[in-house]
Ligand binder design. Structure first.
Ligand SMILES: Nc1ncnc2c1ncn2[C@@H]1O[C@H](COP(=O)(O)OP(=O)(O)O)[C@@H](O)[C@H]1O
Ligand SMILES: O=P(O)(O)OC[C@H]1O[C@](O)(COP(=O)(O)O)[C@@H](O)[C@@H]1O
Length: 305
C-alpha cells in the first residue's frame, strides 16, 4: 500500500482576477475551492492512475469539515487524525498570467493528537511506501518527518520525501526511495546559483551521496532531471497553455512512485512522473487520466550521463 502523509492539508482557494493591484480593493472574476496539500494531491493522481493509496494527515475545525466535503467527491481512502484547531486556507491568486500563492501556517497540533497520528504510522510495514510531502504545522517541530522516516524504515517500509531545507537533509541518511526538490529549492539548499544542467546534476548527486537512493529535480516549464548514483536523465516539458501549475510537483511524485511500485523501472517512472506534472500544469485542477496519457506521448527522456 502507498500511504501519503499531508501534515498540513489545506483548502486551496483559487481566485481568478484580471489584474491584482496591491493596496486596493480587487474584485474576483471566478473562484474555486479545492482540497489541497501535497500528499492529498499525490493520492488524487495515484487514483487517476488506477492505484490505491491511503491519505493520512491532520484535519480540524469547520474548515476541516469543508475540506472533507470537498475531498469526498474524489473517493480517496483516508485515515485522518482529527484535531481541534482549524485546517488552513491557502489562497492562490491568478492574475495577469501570474500565480501568487499565500499559504497558511496550519493548525496547532496537541501532544495527544500527534500521538494518535504516530500510532497510525506505527502500523505501516514491509512492502509499503510512505510519501511525506509539504509543510509541517508550526507546533510540530522539524524532526517530525525524521521520526516518521525512522519508524517506517525500522518496520521495513520505504519512504519518499518532498520537503525543503534541513527537514529534507535530516532524512537522507535513512535512504529515501526518491526526493524531489525543484531547482530553486536545490539551489537554496546549497546556497548557490546554478549555471546550467551540469551544476544541477552535481548538486542532486551530493544529496545521493548523503543517502537518497535517487533524485528527481523538477524545473517547471523547463522539464526535469532524474539523477541516480551512476546516471542522469533529462526530459522535456511539452508546450501547451499553462492553466494551473499548483500541484504539478505533487503530480510528478505520484506518477513516479505509482509507476515504480508497478514496474520497478526508474526511467519509465521518470517519464510518467513528467507526464503527470505537465498534464496538471495544462489542466484547471489536477490532471485526469486522458490528459496524462496524451501528454505522456510527448515526453522524451534522454540519458545525459
Ligand atoms: N509550465 C509548465 N509546462 C510544462 N510542464 C510543466 C510546467 N510546470 C510544471 N511542469 C511539469 O511538472 C513538473 C513539476 O513542476 P514544478 O513546478 O517544477 O514542481 P513544484 O510544483 O514542486 O515546484 C516539471 O518538472 C514539469 O515536468
Ligand atoms: O504544504 P505547503 O508547502 O504549504 O504547500 C501546500 C500547497 O501545495 C500544494 O499541494 C501544491 O503543491 P505544488 O504546487 O508544489 O505541487 C497545494 O495544493 C497546497 O496549497
Amino acid at each position: 500500500m502507498i500511504y501519503t502523509v499531508t501534515a498540513n492539508p489545506s483548502i486551496d482557494y483559487v481566485l481568478q482576477l484580471t489584474q491584482l493591484t496591491l493596496g486596493e480593493v480587487n474584485r474576483v472574476a471566478e473562484d474555486v475551492k479545492l482540497p489541497g496539500g501535497k500528499g492529498i494531491n499525490v493520492s488524487r493522481i495515484l487514483k487517476e492512475l488506477g492505484l490505491q493509496s491511503k491519505a493520512l494527515g491532520f484535519i480540524g475545525g469547520a474548515t476541516g469539515q469543508m475540506f472533507e466535503h470537498l475531498l469526498s467527491k474524489h473517493q480517496l481512502q483516508t485515515d485522518f487524525t482529527t484535531v481541534m484547531a482549524d485546517t488552513r486556507i491557502n489562497v492562490k491568486i491568478k492574475a495577469s498570467d501570474e500565480e501568487t500563492e499565500i499559504n497558511g501556517q496550519g493548525p496547532t497540533i496537541s501532544a495527544t493528537e500527534k500521538a494518535d497520528f504516530l500510532q497510525k504510522i506505527a502500523q505501516i510495514g514491509a512492502g509499503d511506501v510512505v510519501v511525506m510531502a509539504g509543510s509541517i504545522p508550526p507546533q510540530l517541530v522539524a524532526d517530525f518527518y525524521l521520526n516518521i522516516a525512522k519508524t517506517v524504515t525500522q518496520n521495513g517500509a520505504e519512504f519518499v520525501i518532498d520537503t525543503t531545507g534541513q527537514a529534507l537533509l535530516d532524512t537522507l541518511p535513512l535512504h529515501p526511495l526518491v526526493i524531489k526538490p525543484n531547482h530553486h529549492e536545490l539551489a537554496e539548499l546549497f546556497q548557490t546559483e546554478f549555471n546550467g544542467i551540469t551544476d544541477i546534476v552535481s548538486a542532486a548527486r551530493q544529496l545521493i551521496e548523503q543517502g537518497a537512493q535517487q533524485a528527481l529535480v523538477s524545473m517547471a516549464g523547463d522539464g526535469a532531471l532524474f539523477v541516480t548514483k551512476e546516471h542522469a536523465y533529462q526530459c522535456n516539458a511539452p508546450k501547451d497553455i499553462v492553466r494551473n501549475s499548483v500541484g504539478a510537483g505533487d503530480s510528478m511524485i505520484a506518477g513516479f512512485v505509482g509507476t515504480y511500485m508497478k514496474q520497478n523501472d526508474a526511467v519509465a517512472s521518470f517519464r510518467m512522473g513528467a507526464a503527470c506534472g505537465s498534464a496538471t500544469a495544462f489542466s484547471e485542477d489536477l490532471a485526469n487520466l486522458d490528459k496524462i496519457k496524451a501528454v505522456y506521448e510527448q515526453i522524451n527522456v534522454t540519458q545525459i550521463q
